[in-house]
Design a binder for this molecule. Structure first.
Ligand code: SF4
Ligand code: SF4
Length: 287
């Protein structure tokens, strides 16, 4: 089920991927930063089309989405690869795998994904675990079928969309949880390998397009737990709509940050108080 990507264009001897804001220029035989979109004989190929590496039937609150179809189950799928490389990634075995160990996963067609979601009595499909924008063509094929069968579509995403990928998928997405990891470009570049502004743009555009939205911030000691940083995030969300729920989650040592302490409960309570100054709904997670 290896498929040609839709979101790319030729540029001389290379191709330029248009799926996320990296807009990688990829030469023959090479892959983009995410490791799953490869230039093969001048065509950009999606190596993980229908290659499901992680699958779960989760309570929707685990995505987390606390105010969208509450109490229902969501059929959750992900592949390997990611366009970011966050030092605290809780799913690094999936997200960074394609860059080291190659592509793996169980073959599933969009028809199979949708029929399994229905069979397991899920009300929605969540594209999650790694970053769905890197396999957006598969997301769209599933999402179109899911809609026809009365299922909702959910993206759990780092928000690093390009204009092209947002326009490509927006009409088929009902809800999103978008990570807002910090509020300065320096740390986005240093710890995640991307920039802040495209994430902010995705949050704004999703809201303007009527996509139901919740935001998540993993509160990490010494990185984004200052009064200034948390206030900036809360004020930004509030500037769009103070009713947008904000999840402030507890960090546990992981991946490249095994020597950093877990977030203290005091720090999470501080984040909660800051959030409630500006927002109607703040949820503490991972506690
Ligand atoms: S999805 Fe992003 S990271 Fe992956 S090849 Fe395309 S532009 Fe590069
Ligand atoms: S965006 Fe998410 S999946 Fe990708 S590296 Fe960062 S935390 Fe991991």
């Amino acid at each position: 089920m290896i498929k040609e990507c839709v979101l790319y264009k030729k540029e001389g001897d290379n191709v330029r991927c248009l799926a996320c804001s990296h807009k990688c220029i990829i030469s023959e035989g090479r892959s983009g930063i995410c490791g799953v979109r490869k230039n093969i004989s001048g065509k950009l190929i999606l190596l993980v089309y229908g290659k499901i590496s992680s699958l779960g039937i989760d309570p929707i609150e685990k995505k987390p989405l606390n105010h969208f179809l509450p109490g229902t189950k969501t059929y959750s799928i992900g592949t390997v690869g990611c366009n970011f490389k966050c030092d605290w990634c809780q799913n690094y075995d999936l997200s960074q795998n394609s860059k080291e160990a190659g592509i793996s996963g169980e073959e599933m067609t969009p028809e199979k994904v949708v029929s399994e979601a229905i069979r397991t009595k899920c009300k929605s499909i969540s594209y999650t675990y790694n970053e769905p924008v890197i396999f957006i063509e598969f997301v769209k094929d599933c999402a179109i079928l899911a809609r026809k069968k009365g299922l909702k579509n959910i993206l759990v995403t780092n928000g690093y969309f390009s204009k092209e990928s947002f326009d490509f998928i927006a009409d088929y997405i009902d809800a999103m949880n978008i990570d807002l990891k910090c509020f300065n470009d320096r740390d986005y570049i240093k710890y995640c390998g991307g920039n802040l502004q495209p994430v902010l743009d995705t949050i704004k555009k999703s809201y303007e397009n009527g996509i139901y939205l919740e935001i998540t911030t993993l509160v990490i000691p010494g990185i984004n737990d200052s009064q200034k940083e948390l206030t900036s995030i809360a004020k930004f969300i509030s500037s769009i709509d103070k009713k947008i729920p904000w999840h402030v989650n507890r960090f546990f040592p992981m991946y490249n940050m095994v020597t950093t302490s877990p977030t203290s409960i005091e720090s999470l309570e501080k984040a909660y108080k800051i959030g409630r100054k500006y927002l109607d709904n703040v949820h503490l997670g991972n506690i």
